[in-house]
Each structure stands twice: as structure tokens, then as C-alpha cells.
Design a protein around this ligand. Sequence first.
Ligand SMILES: [Cu+2]
Length: 313
Amino acid sequence: MNRFSEFMLPPQKSTIAEGTDALFHFINITSVILLIGITIAIVYFSWKYRRRSDNDVTPVITHNSALEITWSVIPLILVMIVFGWGLNGYVNLSTAPDDAYEIRVVGKSWLWEFHYETGFVSVNELHVPADRPVKLVMSSDDVIHSFYIPDFRIKNDVLPNRYSTVWFEAMEPGESVIFCTEYCGMAHSNMMATTFVHTQEDFETWLITAGSADDNMDPVELGEQLVTRNACTTCHSSDGTVLQGPSYQGLFGSERVLESGETVIADENYIRESILEPNAKIVEGYQPVMPSYAGSLNDRQIDAIIEYIKTLE
Ligand SMILES: [Cu+2]
């Protein structure tokens, strides 16, 4: 069964994965057995009761209690097994253990933000300890998204104006992909992130050093890293290619024409405002789809991004 599981499904990297898969296989295998049985019966009966001569008359049969009870009770039992088993899993998934480590998740079109107890925010990178339950408290800044880690067998919708939660316990250090599984607009298919599972010690170290690791970095280099780490690159290129948003190339110091018809010069203040309040000034020909980075980028980081954009002439 394990080899079959490995062949059919992603690796089982959380404590609940094995149980979820067992139910999946149960439903799958019973369905296949029923499918084969019913198909054989259809083929056999169509042959057995085929029309043999022109004056074949179909006998009148009102009912057959034994047969009808059998085909009602067997599926009822199967469905009740699936219901009970599924309910048990659902209840388990909905209630995180009390000692779970909590992380805030914010879905934005089209990136995932993770807020840790230290105030540190990572974008599209979820860092968690192994062998410890982790509870994600999730909400959306805009439309409905859905948070899905196939390796952990967890998935839940992420809604605006409401919190939803999932929890998991990763079994060993490694990496697993995160998808958005609710269609949320143009770059939905790029709304991916990675879970980094660390040993408990490595996680503590990561938590302390995260954020301060950038302190000694050259601003331009830091800026270049930040636009990747914060998924700006989903919508902005640095080489003139137009994605969902304008390219950074040649941006700094240029004259921007806005949707309102006004023009502005792209100086430091304009870029800072574009990052913190993207909808304050919309560039002509683009949609107001950029998420605000207020609260997730600090002043030093914004300065670094500005310095980086300045280098792209
Ligand atoms: Cu999404």
C-alpha cells in the first residue's frame, strides 16, 4: 500500500497525511470495485436479455425486495463509513492542538505574506519547525484565495474580512510547495510559495536572525533581493518587459502619465508612495491590482528598493 501511495500521491510529509491518504484510497478502491462490478453486470445482462426473435415479450416484474434492500443497504453502509471517517478527519483538522506555534498568513493578489511572533514578515516563504504543530491564522486582503500544501494534505479557503485556520505538524526538515487553489485573477498561477521546514533549533536561530541578516548588506544588492523576496517580480520586470505592471527599467526620474490625466515625475517620494499606497496614483494603461506593502516593508527596505530601481536605467 505504501508503494502504491507513493506512486499515486505526493510524499506524506505531515502527521495527518497517512490517515488522509488511507481514506482517499478506501474511497478510490471501493469506487473502482463497484465500477468493475456494475460494468460487468451491464455487459452480461445486455447479452443475456438481448432480443432473440421478433415476438419476444418483456415479462412484467413489479419488484424484488431482497435485491432492492441489498443494493440500498450496502451503499448506505459504505457511505456511512466514509462519512464517519471523513468527519473524524475534518474535526481533527479544524482544531489545532493547544501548544501549536501560531503564524499569521495574509493572501494578496498574488502573493502570500507570513507574519511571525517577532514581527518579521516573509513573502512567499513559510518557515516552520519540524515535529511541532503549527497553526496558520489566515485572511485575505482582497479576493478569495485558497491555501494548499499538497505534501501536508492541508487546504483551506482564505477570505477577506474573516479568519480561517489550518494546522499541520511537519515530520522532517525539507521543502514543500504552497499553491493558491482558488482562481484569483491574472497571475493566480504564479501565486506559489515554499514551506521551509527546519529542525526546532534551526528554526529558533532563523527566527532570531531573520530580518537582521540584511543589516550589513549594500542597499542596491538588498533592494534587488527584496523585489524577488516580496514577489514584486511577479508583476514588474527589470529589463523593460511589461508584465501586470510597468517595468522598473528607465522608471526613476521619468515622467509618468496617470489614469487621472495628470503627470508626475518618478522620484523617491513617488516610488515610496507607489509601494505603500499603490492606488493613490495609477499609471495610465494599468489596472489597480498592486497590493500595498504598508506594514510589511520598513523604511530601510523601501530605501533599498528605491536605490535598486535607480540603477536600472
Ligand atoms: Cu490566490
